[in-house]
Write a protein that binds this ligand. Sequence first.
Ligand SMILES: Nc1nc2c(ncn2[C@@H]2O[C@H](COP(=O)(O)OP(=O)(O)OP(=O)(O)O)[C@@H](O)[C@H]2O)c(=O)[nH]1
Ligand SMILES: [Mg+2]
Length: 195
Amino acid sequence: MIAAVLAGGKARRFGGEKLLYKVSGKPLILHTIGRVLRAEKIEEVVIVTSRGKQEIFEKLGFRVITDELEVGPAGGVYAALHKLGDAFVIAGDMPLVQPEFVDYIVEKFHKLKPHVCVPKWENGYLEPLHAAYSKSFLEILEKQIAKGRYMLNEAIRLSKPCYIKIETLPEAWRESFFNVNTKSDLKKIKGFSRV
Ligand SMILES: Nc1nc2c(ncn2[C@@H]2O[C@H](COP(=O)(O)OP(=O)(O)OP(=O)(O)O)[C@@H](O)[C@H]2O)c(=O)[nH]1
Ligand SMILES: [Mg+2]
């Protein structure tokens, strides 16, 4: 399966180009990509960014596609499914993603053939930027976007999803969801020695 790594957005909380910020000597997004590529079920990584940022990400040596709609992460998912087909979607700011967890989600996705295979917390919160999407989800997403409804969570709830109960998974996989939003989040990272 292709992994679509979302790399658009404004990074207002971080300030500056968050995903190119160097952490332990390499851009943050390359930590995420390195981990994702260790998943056995991922064959290729494609970066999905906003129009105008294509060139800066192409310098990293990966295939880059751009958003067609400027509606935040939902637009990134839209571009990924439209241009690539089925994809495992992950935010570029999730440098502690667990390769085994990615494989687990992709395996479930292939077995159950849902619109989306997405992790779900006990309180109902979903992790839509760490999920496997079917191209068939486009139809639902498109209708929601046309109505001005850009929340992926909402579109997922209207689809036929497969929910992965987070409380049933190994504790260690939870660090997969850690994402860097502010500069002080960088201090919380202890996992880079294992990258
Ligand atoms: N392709 C694409 N990715 C996006 C877009 N908006 C956000 N992302 C990505 O989605 C992930 C989650 O983004 P957030 O951390 O919620 O938002 P952000 O824009 O990076 O930062 P804030 O402005 O501080 O909220 C990050 O990997 C972003 O790069 C977008 O419009 N298009
Ligand atoms: Mg974030």
